[in-house]
Write a protein that binds this ligand. Sequence first.
Ligand code: HEM
Length: 180
Amino acid sequence: MTITFHGGDTGRWRVHAQHTVKGDALPPAARVAVADTDSDAPTHPAWSLRGIVSNLRYTGKDERERLAARQEGLGRRQAKAAALIPIRKDPRWWALAQDERRAIIEEQSRHISIGLEYLPAIARRLHHSRDLGEPFDFLTWFEFAPEDEPRFEHMLARLRASAEWRYVDREVDLRLRLDD
Ligand code: HEM
């Protein structure tokens, strides 16, 4: 499934903060539309980012089961806050072998173990963009109740301090809200 995030003047999600963590910024947007068909696209977006919901690459069987037992889906009624965090990793990352990348993600950085601590409050979906020739490699999307944003912040701080994030060379952080 290909998903496109359009930043601009229209869309269900209102941007309440947009900041550049690393690398080049994205043009400012007031709203974000999440579209799974071209007909949903706004006419003049400031930017559009595409990604594919794909298979898991690095997650082992036990981890998969633990995730499945705890994770919740998108679109929950109380999840009126979201984060869209596009990420690119540098050429050193892509030059590593699959097993080396797995070791950095989990054995060194504890990405999956840390993430699991924050389920089910945070619902998520990972989109792969690299093979589409997009400016980012991943579009990460998270939904949660506004009161869980401090916990989300805490998780982000832990992940950004990890060995895995040394390979991140572009990252933009957009925080979104659904209006009542
Ligand atoms: C909510 C808790 C989280 C959980 C449970 C979680 C879990 C996972 C899992 C299981 C994978 C591996 C997917 C695979 O096997 O291919 C993954 C990948 C990834 N996650 Fe998370 N994650 C969480 C939070 C985050 C956050 C906050 C970010 C960034 C802001 C993030 C960014 C990524 C990225 C970029 C990848 C792809 C890594 C790569 O393929 O090189 N995750 N996550």
